[in-house]
Design a protein around this ligand. Structure first.
Ligand SMILES: [Fe+2]
Length: 309
């Protein structure tokens, strides 16, 4: 009898939030609050928690650190029992916990655990995080509703893809040649994408606008603040989402997106996209990414495991 493959450690429901670490935390937090359209809910000099207009308690944490790095990626699971079960399954796979299952000591609270992926990124699974009433439900303002996706630079795209599919149960939606892989955990085409790169780092964080009109008005607000797109606006092939990339005061790349393709789990066929201009820029409005934005997306090497230093 062949051995049954191990089950993923949990069933991820959504990408909740991302944490950024940077020497320019206060300038970055100011930008995300006053220009980008998030609302600051808590924080002091060293850390800021910022909320979108959707029901998530916070979608961004910005924390003071020595150098730019990814702080954490947080996913939602359904129940505390699922968090406990994930701890057992991680142990069975020999993956050590960074934080044991328990109440999370952070804004919004919740019950969760944390562990590191193979490249030292901190991954959090949580449930029962304080829910909030969505803001601006009629879409009067051009506010980011939620995180859309995080793109991560990896030195081994196959190993990264294997870990996130096998351990975290994510599904491959598409490949962009053997350069990028797009992973989903719900009907959104992707919440995580890996990009093959010379070193591990954060590539960019994307925020979802409620519609393409909000997306364009958001770009307009940034322009009013003297912040112009580093790449875009345009529409990508994989995911069929609109894109406009900017850099925050810390030099990290942030993106407005909208109209992310919705995947029918039973009918979706993964494809491999060729990396040609007409597929990465469907509208033909964006042109190729500049050297400058590519350099910001590459960032600086991030060895992760910051909590051990
Ligand atoms: Fe993106």
């Amino acid at each position: 009898m062949t051995e049954r493959p191990q089950e993923p450690i949990a069933r991820l429901r959504t990408l909740r939030s991302v944490a950024l670490r940077t020497p320019d935390a206060s300038a970055a937090a100011e930008f995300y609050q006053h220009v980008w359209g998030l609302s600051r809910i808590e924080g002091d000099d060293g850390v800021a928690w910022l909320r979108g207009s959707g029901p998530e308690h916070h979608i961004l944490e910005v924390r003071e650190a020595e150098r730019n790095a990814l702080g954490k990626i947080a996913f939602a699971v359904a129940t505390p029992r699922e968090v406990d079960e994930a701890a057992f399954r991680l142990a069975a796979r020999g993956i050590p916990l960074v934080t044991e299952p328990g109440l999370l000591d952070q804004a919004g609270g919740g019950y969760g655990l944390r562990f590191a992926d193979p490249e030292g990124r901190l991954v959090e699974l949580s449930t029962q995080v304080e829910a909030v009433t969505p803001r601006d439900v009629n879409g009067i303002e051009a506010l980011p509703r939620k995180l859309a996706h995080v793109v991560l630079n990896t030195t081994d795209i196959d190993a990264a893809c294997a870990f996130y599919t096998d351990v975290l149960g994510m599904r491959v939606s598409d490949w962009s040649e053997h350069q990028m892989v797009f992973l989903r955990c719900n009907s959104d085409h992707h919440v995580i994408a890996f990009n093959q790169a010379p070193w591990t780092s954060l590539n960019h964080v994307a925020y979802e606008m409620p519609s393409v009109d909000h997306f364009m008005r958001g770009i307009g607000r940034l322009r009013h603040h003297g912040v112009t797109p580093k790449w875009g606006p345009g529409r990508h092939g994989p995911g069929n989402n609109t894109f406009s990339y900017f850099t925050d005061p810390a030099g990290l790349v942030c993106e407005y997106t909208s109209e992310v393709e919705q995947v029918d789990e039973d009918a979706w066929l993964c494809r491999v996209w060729r990396r040609v201009p007409e597929l990465s820029d469907l509208w033909g409005t964006a042109g190729p990414p500049s050297k400058d934005v590519r350099s910001h997306m590459a960032g600086i090497p991030d060895t992760g495991r910051w909590w051990e230093k």
